[in-house]
Design a protein around this ligand. Structure first.
Ligand code: MLT
Ligand code: MN
Ligand code: ZN
Length: 304
């Protein structure tokens, strides 16, 4: 299995267009090589055909920077065959609107996510006259064959809905994807949004050769502390856990959970632009480095 990490930032990217918090200001000073696009991954069994996990608003730039995703000679010969959606969040779906221009694409998502994209955020219907997107419902626990080598299984991560979809029914609003290469027997688990750490997910994570998990916030109150510039008129920003992200630090945090898993490589993605892990010299980065957990990077290539 071939993997290219396309983006590793949470919604807004790093730096964020309207922000000069400590981390955004540092990223601007460091310049474009240090910048991070919004989380997405490209995966392939053979290297001939590719699938994205999530379609970020940055997908066009991400594809242009990925040699594996260069169109073959001809006019519409993209090796991209489909997109798996792990949630209906804007930062995971808006890229579908960028992927038009006549290439047929398979879109895989849990029924609740397809429901949201056919109602509260009707991307599916809006795009129908522009793009040949073929939608497929993914049920957690039901293995799905992607190509001649890759089999993917969704693992439910619960019912955390996007803000725009608060009133909508359904379950399995957020999933992780466990992707296995039948030839090498090796397995990737991708989980950029972890509101909790369910038992089923723990089982899927335990034997993974590579696990890439939610590293949005270092601490639960990070957003309110990083964006607090008195006098304050704006509403107090929510806690990480309220936003659907277990923090990395602390008891039961993603860092501790990852470090406790047997074997395999463990990486963090979907980092918010306020996260001190974006600064490799911060105390938090040094603390993480002493565990076996890494921070994923845009453009990172892995082979399993
Ligand atoms: C999230 O990951 O919690 C969402 O994408 C939030 C957002 O970007 O507004
Ligand atoms: Mn997000
Ligand atoms: Zn910022």
């Amino acid at each position: 299995m071939k993997i290219r990490v396309l983006g590793t930032a949470a919604g807004g990217g790093s730096p964020q267009w309207n922000c000069s918090c400590v981390q955004c200001a540092r990223a601007r000073r460091a310049g474009p090589p240090s910048w991070r696009t919004q989380d997405s991954l490209a995966v392939s069994g053979t290297g001939d055909t590719w699938y994205l996990v999530n379609a970020s608003p940055d997908v066009r730039a991400q594809i242009l920077l990925a040699p594996e995703l260069t169109p073959r000679p001809g006019t519409r010969e993209t090796p991209l065959r489909g997109v798996l959606l792990s949630s209906a969040e804007l930062d995971h779906t808006i890229g579908l609107a960028v992927l038009r221009e006549g290439a047929p694409l398979n879109v895989y998502a849990p029924p609740a996510v397809i429901g949201a994209l056919s109602s509260a955020f009707p991307l599916r219907d809006v795009l129908a006259p522009y793009a040949d997107h073929r939608w497929h419902a993914v049920e957690p626990g039901d293995p799905l064959r992607l190509d001649e080598r890759l089999v993917v299984t969704a693992v439910s991560l619960g019912d955390k809905r996007p803000r725009y979809a608060r009133g909508l029914p359904g379950r399995d609003w957020v999933v992780a994807y466990s992707i296995e290469d039948e030839v090498t027997g090796r397995r990737l688990v991708y989980a950029p949004n972890l509101a909790s750490w369910p038992e089923e997910f723990d089982k899927a994570a335990a034997g993974a050769d590579v696990l890439i998990a939610d590293g949005t916030f270092w601490s639960d109150d990070e957003l309110r502390r990083a964006t607090r510039t008195p006098p304050r008129t704006a509403p107090t920003p929510p806690r990480a856990t309220v936003m659907g992200h277990l923090p990395v630090a602390g008891p039961g945090g993603v860092g501790e959970r990852l470090a406790a898993l047997p074997g395999g490589r463990r990486l963090l993605t979907h980092l918010n632009n306020t996260n001190p892990l974006l600064d490799a010299t911060s105390d938090q980065s040094l603390a993480l480095a002493s565990s076996s957990v890494e921070v994923a990077a845009d453009g990172m290539v892995l082979e399993l």
